[in-house]
Design a binder for this molecule. Structure first.
Ligand code: AMP
Length: 419
């Protein structure tokens, strides 16, 4: 019998896995520079947290959650996103009673039972940043700039930033009613008609051409913003422009739930086909209260690390050249040499030089093949005669030049060569 990774999941293997780690790190590096601190929450939470925090009318909660009872009968769910857990953690530990905004970042697995296709998986990786407890257009702009910097640092150029405002509890209900009235007059299937009543903004997001055609003259939130929301949005836009971050206004960019307010944004990449969103976020001023906390106006984003990786591949930013696993590779010949080489390799690693050696009692030929495959720049060959002379042969694998170096000096000599 042979096992395969479950549908919609995959393994990251070297050397790509190393690059995936570097991509995740690069995406959050700008947020760390802006004072966001690392938060790690459990991979599973009480199911109810996501029902409330993501919303029961969303596809994520109604169709895509990995929910299971634990042995004591509690309903738990593998996290489908990060924000609800972060808000839960902030409230549980009273972080909101300290300095505001509370700025946090995370990086981790998310789980959704999706229809699998390229760029859409059941287990995927998001990095996220959240700023809780402040209503300030500069904070929205800061987060957007930080995400843009992360993508730029990876060398991406074929992505676009879309932004919109969803209004607030003053102007959104008026708009929602106007939109519902418009949508009720359209020719739509039963599911979509039901959505008009629960989640009308989501209908704007419908990608089917026959629906899009009918939505051409739909009322837009941007035309219904109250004065405060309009001023707020203009300020976010002005700060982005001043920061040199290009954006496009997309009045149909929505999030369906009432606790999302004002700023919403998405980064899309033009080399990815239908799953083009590489990250997104926005303001969620009502979420804390929904989870039993005080009013805590907040804003955040989640960036898809796997899709960012695909976007980098699409732009040819990940060359296929073999990467070096280690800088130095030990080739011991005989048992005494193996013991001495083991110590030498350990010393090299202590000195910060990455090093490996041939295991399994290989002869010269097999061990040299291992040295080549490792991508090492130098092979250290230690035979019985070398050992008697307290020396080692240092072979530069790029030039095939070989020199004898006293064992007592080899760490220092290599330090000078590889660093
Ligand atoms: P969301 O939490 O749905 O706003 O997603 C934020 C980002 O996570 C998206 O822009 C995608 O880049 C990524 N993402 C969401 N769902 C998936 C998935 N099923 N597979 C891979 N990446 C995803």
């Amino acid at each position: 019998m042979s096992f395969q990774a479950p549908k919609g999941t995959f393994d990251w293997l070297p050397p790509r896995s190393e690059r995936a780690l570097a991509v995740r790190d690069a995406l959050v590096a700008p947020a760390r520079l802006a004072g966001y601190g690392y938060v790690e929450t459990p991979i599973f939470e009480a199911t109810e947290l996501f029902k409330r925090g993501v919303g029961e009318s969303t596809d994520v909660v109604s169709k895509e959650m990995y929910t299971f009872p634990d042995k004591a009968g509690r309903s738990l769910t593998l996290r489908p996103e990060g924000t609800a857990s972060v808000v839960r953690a902030v409230l549980q530990h009273n972080l909101h009673n300290g300095q505001l905004p509370v700025k946090l970042w995370y990086s981790g697995s998310q789980f959704r039972y999706e229809n699998v296709q390229k760029g859409r998986y059941r287990h995927f990786w998001q990095v996220g940043a959240e700023a809780l407890g402040a209503e300030d257009p500069a904070l929205d702009a800061e987060l957007i700039v930080l995400a843009a910097q992360g993508f730029a640092a990876l060398g991406l150029t074929r992505h676009r930033l879309l932004i919109n405002s969803l209004g607030d509890s003053t102007c959104r209900p008026v708009y929602r009613a106007a939109l519902q009235e418009f949508l009720r007059g359209l020719d739509l299937d039963a599911d979509t008609r039901a959505r008009i009543e629960i989640n009308p903004l989501r209908v704007l997001d419908d990608k089917r051409p026959e629906v899009q055609v009918q939505l051409k003259s739909a009322p837009l939130m941007t035309d219904h913003l109250c004065a405060a929301c309009r001023a707020y949005h203009e300020e976010v836009r002005a700060l982005l422009t001043a920061s040199g971050v290009a954006f496009e206004d997309d009045p149909k960019l929505v999030r369906g739930l009432d606790y999302y307010t004002r700023t919403t944004f998405e980064f899309v990449h033009d080399g990815l086909g239908s799953q083009s969103a590489i990250g997104g976020g926005g303001r969620y001023d009502g979420l804390s209260e929904l989870l039993g906390g005080p009013a805590l106006p907040s804003v955040g984003w989640a960036l898809g690390a796997d899709r960012t990786f695909l976007a980098m591949e699409a732009e040819g930013l990940l060359d296929d050249s073999a990467q070096s696993r280690v800088q130095v590779y030990g080739v011991p010949l005989g048992d005494d040499a193996r013991r001495r080489m083991f110590l030498l390799i350990t010393e090299l690693r202590r000195a910060g030089i990455s090093a490996d050696l041939a295991f399994g009692g290989k002869g010269l030929k097999g061990a040299m093949k291992g040295a080549d495959r490792s991508g090492a720049r130098f092979a250290l060959i230690l035979g019985e005669r070398d050992l008697a002379a307290q020396a080692v042969q240092v072979k530069d694998l790029t030039t095939a030049e070989q020199t004898e170096v006293p064992l007592a000096q080899v760490v220092d000599v290599l330090k000078g060569k590889v660093q």
